[in-house]
Design a protein around this ligand. Structure first.
Ligand code: IMP
Length: 427
């Protein structure tokens, strides 16, 4: 019985949704602890495709408790659309619980996100424009509105009025943009509050009780290590902490309770948004991986930049998150390539670098040092046992594990639950 934290070991979009869904079968509780609807998880269950942004993918299994922790920022309109969508597909959401301490995203957060991106021009972050950054800014500024305030009819109107006064001034006077009408937001969010209220419960208590009962708890990270506010490629990062340590903070339990940390990494690497990317393939091969891997954002539909697996990044993710093992996803996408490459180190101004640099200035000048492997022609999407993988695919995986300095526990060879090879049990 254990608490497992699952995180993205790259720049997000590693296939965490699929792995969470796979592991959720053995979990009693699944909890989201950071980010918001900037995340997008595509899960294929029983031949049906589900796109989830906020609700933990454990919801697709009946009877699992699914929690949205205090560290998440919630856009109620998106949450409600997701609830309705699941209901339409006959998926029960009665086991969903939402922390009263989670912060709420408002339309002014989204507009401010967009205005700030426009102001930055060529230096823009390439955010999802979902208002995530501005909502976390309010949280840190101690000016945010939390779920507890939203569902309190005595508290909410005054909080909103106060926030809106400041935000409208900011929008009008700093950005020259339109503000929002108080009555409209009050009415819309009043309705949202009614729908959300039955789901609100103290997530920290629920998680700690589950741990005390010896149940399996799965903490589902969003985004990835290189998008972490502290450890990522700052400033091209998100405003929360996708790393494993943040699970404690964002769900409300102590570090002594974590038993295992799983890093999800694609067999190659992708990134959306701006910023340096040493192993990026800007050629036909990059296009091939993008098309074969369906590398287009679940949230924004943006094409993802694609490149070879980066061993320096993998090692960094192991160090920052204390990874116990890797789940390697989308190995099937590389089938049919004559040769596959892996980056083992960077060359910076003639010097060999084996650890991920702290500044973008250095990263932008890093040239990848590659090792080349013979590829495998076979379609591996129907393979279920490690032994049955082509020898070249096994060699490739072995090298990824060596570079990451952590073993591979799971290998995903396709989007469905069944297309998963287990070499080590996670729970
Ligand atoms: P924000 O989280 O919308 O503020 O965006 C900040 C950066 O994180 C941008 O580069 C986004 O493309 C990236 N980002 C945010 N969420 C995800 C995700 O779920 N997958 C991949 N990239 C993401």
């Amino acid at each position: 019985m254990s608490t497992v934290v699952l995180i993205g070991a790259q720049w997000g979009d590693e296939g965490k949704g699929k792995i969470t869904d796979f592991l959720a079968e053995k979990a009693d509780v699944v909890v989201r602890y950071q980010g918001g609807n900037n995340a997008g998880h595509t899960v294929v269950a029983d031949g049906k495709e589900f796109k989830l942004h906020l609700i933990p993918s454990g919801i697709l299994y009946p009877g699992k408790l699914c929690l949205i922790g205090n560290g998440v920022v919630i856009d109620p309109a998106v949450l409600i659309a997701e609830l309705e969508n699941l209901a339409a597909q006959k998926i029960s959401t009665e086991n969903l619980r939402i922390s009263p301490r989670a912060h709420v995203i408002f339309p002014y957060h989204q507009r401010l996100d967009r205005c700030e991106e426009e102001r930055k021009g060529a230096r823009k972050i390439g955010t999802t424009c979902r208002g995530i950054g501005p909502a976390y800014m309010d949280k840190a500024a101690r000016a945010g509105i939390r779920v507890a305030d939203l569902i309190d009819p005595e508290e909410f109107p005054a909080r909103l009025e106060d926030a809106l006064q400041e935000k409208n001034r900011l929008l009008n006077q700093v950005y020259g943009a339109e503000g929002f009408a108080y009555a409209e937001i009050l009415a819309a969010y009043g309705k949202y509050a009614e729908i959300i209220k039955p789901y609100v419960a103290d997530v920290s208590i629920i998680v700690n009780e589950a741990i005390a009962r010896g149940q399996n708890v799965l903490c589902e990270g969003a985004q990835g290590t290189l998008l972490d506010l502290d450890h990522g490629t700052y400033p091209y990062v998100t405003s929360s902490h996708p790393v494993a340590g943040a699970a404690c903070l964002g769900a409300g339990f102590g570090p002594t309770k974590i038993n295992r940390v799983v890093g999800v990494a694609k067999a190659y690497i992708t990134r959306v948004g701006e910023g340096p990317f040493p192993t990026e393939l800007k050629d036909a091969l990059g296009d091939h991986i993008r098309t074969r891997g369906h590398e287009f954002g679940t949230t924004t539909g943006r094409p993802r930049r694609c490149g070879w697996f980066d061993g320096v990044v993998a090692r960094y993710a192991t160090r920052i998150n204390g990874l116990d093992c890797l789940a390697v996803t989308k190995l099937d996408v590389l089938s049919g390539l004559e040769k596959v490459k892996v980056c083992t180190a960077y060359r910076y101004r003639g010097e060999l670098i084996t650890e991920f640099p702290a500044t973008l200035k250095v990263l932008a000048e890093c040239e990848p040092v590659y090792e080349e492997f013979p590829g495998w022609a076979e379609d591996i999407s129907n393979i279920r046992r490690y032994e049955d993988l082509p020898a070249n695919a096994k060699n490739y995986l072995a090298r990824l594990a060596e570079l990451a300095r952590t073993p591979v526990a799971l290998i995903s060879v396709g989007p469905s639950r069944e297309q998963t090879i287990v070499t080590q049990n996670v729970f």
